[in-house]
Design a protein around this ligand. Structure first.
Ligand SMILES: Nc1ncnc2c1ncn2[C@@H]1O[C@H](COP(=O)(O)OP(=O)(O)OP(=O)(O)O)[C@@H](O)[C@H]1O
Ligand SMILES: [Zn+2]
Length: 462
């Protein structure tokens, strides 16, 4: 299996440190707000990597942190007149609601920065003792020049970085590239006691500490969003390798950007949609399927039109499964069954080959659609029961690898229908006819006919 390693800039054969076990760390959200769908992309991507490794039989220890103390957290907590701890608790819960809906499995451990302060202090003390860090009156800094190989992940040249660096007037560091490991407390800020006085940890150190705490000093895969390569991951490497004297993460994986109008979706630009608002209009599985329809390293240009198209594609798969589940079939094998089974098996093998090639989900999804086409054209009441089961089982298995699941119960509950009708009425009221039509079509496909009458909308089953 090949994985593209940002460190080497090429695809490499994946060989974990321990046979059949994988240690994986992914940088998690700063919990001061709802996540937007750009943030969700990288969580979905790494959830996919984890699921596929598990499908291949690896026992994956997956660690994803919550950054629950930093400037943004403090600012937002002050604005809301609550403590950073309350704020963190609230948005960790909100994160889980979104992530669960999107089929992102819970990590083996979700450590929080504020829960590992003792380990952070110990780690920084080791760096100070080894001469890699120094104390000033505003905290403790990592001395970038002391670490050979700074810039090796981002391929940045240290001299260029120094000449381009800007120093905040409040910082007392020796070199403009040095970064804070510990920040001395300012009045009114949450803080902890430490050998360097009251303060709080810097952002980068959290991930070095939490990864080694749960995965050891050297582990297999480190993942994160595209903008984390520099400086965050570069700094994690410097801290960890300086302290531990061993290779930190062996494979570095970075997801691509989710753009909107060809510009990065981001909170500061204000061009974002939260997961919560998108899920009011779309099935979470449509959002997940959309994210996986492109290669994880390619940029995605988000639009609601593309989500609509994705919804149509997913419906095609769902309808094929509903039809297959409704077939009775023949008791024994029929003569045509063998070649159909062979064609489906070939697509399944291709799916696995696509996924083995640096998680090429775009290709893997086309393999699923090929199986759907085979099912639609070559599996019917004349097919053997075993074949019907094999075809629908294969589609479900491969969708499961991507974390896509559906409720195939064709009989919708009355409440579910009423709820969708209400959603359609709301869409019409705000003149969003596309959504209104999509809901009507979705209901129609599931056997529900809508009638607009002067008294309101009536519905009946076909
Ligand atoms: N448009 C995007 N596409 C893919 N990943 C993203 C995108 N925006 C943010 N991320 C990832 O989400 C995580 C959290 O990012 P962050 O909180 O900085 O979001 P942001 O919207 O970029 O915020 P800001 O604009 O305030 O920097 C990071 O790992 C980042 O790489
Ligand atoms: Zn990190």
């Amino acid at each position: 299996m090949q994985i593209y390693n940002t460190m080497t800039g090429k695809k490499e054969e994946f060989v974990p440190l321990m046979d059949k076990r994988v240690g994986m760390y992914v940088c998690g959200p700063t919990v001061y707000n709802f996540i937007h769908i750009g943030n969700a992309r990288s969580f979905i991507v790494f959830d996919l990597v984890r699921r596929y490794l598990e499908y291949k039989g690896y026992d994956v220890t997956y660690v994803q942190n919550f950054t629950d103390i930093d400037d943004k957290m403090i600012k937002r907590a002050n604005e809301e007149s609550i403590s950073v701890f309350e704020l963190g608790e609230r948005f960790i819960n909100e994160y889980f609601k979104d992530a669960d809906a999107l089929g992102i499995k819970r990590a083996t451990v979700h450590p929080r920065a504020t829960q590992v302060i003792d380990s952070i202090i110990e780690f920084i003390s080791d760096l100070v003792a080894k001469g890699y860090a120094y104390q000033t009156d505003d905290g403790v800094y990592f001395s970038v020049e002391k670490f050979d190989g700074y810039g090796k992940l981002s391929k940045k040249n240290i001299e260029d970085l120094i000449s381009g660096a800007r120093v905040d007037v409040n910082e007392r560091k020796k070199n403009p590239l040095d970064f804070a490991l510990w920040k001395a407390a300012k009045p009114g800020e949450p803080c902890w006691e430490s050998p360097w006085g009251k303060g709080r940890p810097g952002w980068h150190i959290e991930c070095s500490v939490m990864s080694s705490k749960y995965l050891g000093n050297s582990f297999d895969i480190h993942g994160g969003g595209p903008d984390l390569v520099f400086p965050h991951h570069e700094n994690e490497i410097a801290q960890s390798e300086a302290r531990n004297g061993t290779v930190f993460a062996r494979y570095w994986m970075h997801a691509g950007y989710l753009n909107i109008n060809n510009q990065k979706m981001s909170k500061s630009l204000g061009n974002f949609f939260t997961v919560r608002e998108v899920l009011q209009r779309y099935d979470p599985m449509v959002v997940r399927f959309f994210m996986l329809s492109s290669h994880y390293r390619s940029p995605i240009n988000f639009s609601f039109e593309l989500l609509d198209q994705t919804a149509g594609g997913l419906d095609r798969i769902k309808n094929a499964l509903i039809r297959l589940n409704g077939l009775k079939g023949q008791a024994g094998d029929t003569s045509a069954d063998f070649s159909v089974r062979e064609a489906v098996q070939k697509e399944k093998d291709r799916f696995i080959a696509s996924m083995d090639d640096d998680f090429n989900t775009a290709e893997a999804i086309s393999n699923i659609f090929n199986i759907v086409s085979i099912a639609n054209s070559r599996v019917d009441e004349g097919s053997g029961q075993a074949l019907i089961k094999f075809v629908s089982g294969t589609i479900c298995e491969l969708l499961g690898v991507l974390g896509i699941t559906f409720n195939l119960n064709a009989d919708m509950l009355d409440e579910e229908i009423e709820c969708l009708i209400k959603e359609r009425q709301e869409a019409r009221a705000r003149k969003d006819f596309k959504t209104a039509d999509r809901i009507r079509d979705e209901l129609k496909e599931r056997g529900i006919i809508l009638e607009d009458t002067p008294q309101g909308v009536r519905w009946k089953r076909k």
